[in-house]
Ligand binder design. Structure first.
Ligand SMILES: Nc1ncnc2c1ncn2[C@@H]1O[C@H](COP(=O)(O)OP(=O)(O)OP(=O)(O)O)[C@@H](O)[C@H]1O
Ligand SMILES: [Mg+2]
Length: 250
């Protein structure tokens, strides 16, 4: 097994009496792809926010490359911010409409003080997501939903992260372009050796992209294992219900 890049050890997160996460253990190894599934409110986004260092657990421990995450350890958080990037559900809200595509993609390079030629890096990641590097002077409104999500993925890739965390990356997109963005994520994973942590309601997408699957129910991990195993032979009635309830991406 490769080194754990991210891990959660008995993590609990309580919001005013709501146990969003309740004793969650999770290990994400370098180069692996992990899908997190569960019904609405099961704690998926809460877990991602903790892995991103955007929130702190009520109890338990998060680790990045073996080091305990602590909101006061600015050095470790800075390394995490660069090495673990995120793509959200809706590129309309994650991309600033007043910022050109080039400026948006270069922004993390600037704020993270990444060395090197930012212009050529922007062109490189635009090509990597299948967009023409000439689009840098245009604005998000000039693109379709699928193209905007490609731009958001390019921005996430710009600082050369090891891990891409994606929270429902295709569910806001037209069904017709979902498969293309899923194929893009799959290609980036294969070509760049990206570690992927993906939340999706669509178990078909998790089946396509993720080697491992974690099933959350009321903030607890109720099932965890190789995706093929979990999908083919779910041990829990809850997982069987999820499998029958969700639309498949065929
Ligand atoms: N900032 C917050 N303040 C209060 N409660 C919160 C907060 N964030 C999450 N919760 C609660 O924690 C629980 C888990 O929420 P979370 O957003 O992690 O679910 P989810 O699995 O991502 O759901 P969805 O599929 O709808 O995105 C829910 O009961 C939610 O209301
Ligand atoms: Mg969520």
């Amino acid at each position: 097994m490769t080194e754990p890049l991210l891990s959660a050890d008995r993590v609990t997160r309580v919001f005013r009496g709501t146990r969003a996460l309740d004793g969650v253990d999770l290990t994400v190894h370098a180069g692996r792809s992990v899908g997190i599934v569960g019904e609405s409110g099961s704690g998926k986004s809460t877990l991602l926010r903790l892995l991103l260092g955007l929130d702190s657990p009520t109890s338990g421990t998060l680790r990045f490359r073996g080091e305990e995450l602590n909101r006061k350890d600015r050095g470790l958080l800075r390394r995490l911010r660069r090495d673990v990037q995120v793509v959200f559900q809706d590129p309309r809200s994650s991309l600033d409409p007043r910022m050109s595509v080039g400026a948006a993609i270069a922004e993390p390079l600037r704020s993270l003080r990444v060395q090197g030629d930012h212009r050529s890096r922007v062109a490189e990641v635009l090509r990597a997501v299948g967009l023409d590097p000439d689009v840098t002077s245009r604005y998000p409104a000039q693109f379709s939903g699928g193209q905007r999500q490609r731009i958001a993925i390019a921005r996430a890739l710009a600082p050369s992260p090891s891990v891409l965390i994606a929270d429902e990356p295709v569910s806001a997109l037209d069904v017709s372009v979902r498969a293309q963005v899923v194929a893009l994520l799959d290609r980036l994973r294969a070509e760049q050796g990206l570690t992927l942590v993906l939340v999706s309601h669509d178990i078909g997408i998790v089946g396509q992209l993720c080697e491992e699957t974690v099933v959350l129910h009321h903030g607890r991990v109720v099932e965890q294992g190789a995706t093929a195993q979990v999908l083919a032979d779910p041990a829990q009635p809850y997982t069987r219900r999820l499998l029958s309830a969700v639309p498949r991406l065929d």
